[in-house]
Ligand binder design. Sequence first.
Ligand code: 13P
Length: 242
Amino acid sequence: MRKVIIAGNWKMYKTRAEALEMLQKFLDQLDEIPEDREIVICAPFTALETLSKALHGTRVRLGAQNVHWDIEGAYTGEISGPMLAELGVRYVIVGHSERRQYFGESDSTVNRRLKAAQHHGLTPILCVGESKQQRDAGEAERLIIGQLEEDLADVDQTNLVIAYEPIWAIGTGETCESSEADRIIGLIRSQLTHPDVSILYGGSVKPGNVDEILAQPEIDGALVGGASLSPGDFLRIVDFKA
Ligand code: 13P
């Protein structure tokens, strides 16, 4: 069974105090949300411990935004799987386009990070997707298939989530047509060996478009950036009408 997952990616937003304030408002109104939806918040490293305590006993799962492939070592600025697992982190985003674009993340490091996440009991959320230029040049499909081939080499698909995030739709307000997102997610699914991998869509998901996006048959959930920062918007998104 593919799980329905709504994950918020807070990126580099929210101090601990801001994180707690958002969470309090959000948790207060979760009662009405159908139980079969997995809700995840992927917070900055500095807020993880605070959120871990605040989320204890709730249905919301904690996620991080990156993980290193080694257990420990001289890797300034990096965080390891055991460090995340110790805090009760369950999910970790790997290979987000912002990491690939601004921090030199390559398919081979993405592959190593995915395996490390799984090794330490975390569920990786692998992000793939094309830029505007690649889409305009008709290269989107080839690019995504190539990313999957390298990123998923020898990766266990029984503990994996994938997010299709077209780069041109991230933070721009320009959403991918829901039928086109559905087509690409179907293509991603056709490249996998395991039938139960949940595949999410990410890129300008908002309260106003979430119902249409999640009505698509191939789309199992959403990875939400900007709209996950506000309790009201994120609540409406997790309360999408199927
Ligand atoms: P936005 O929802 O702000 O477009 O961000 C999407 C994203 O990058 C989630 O990982």
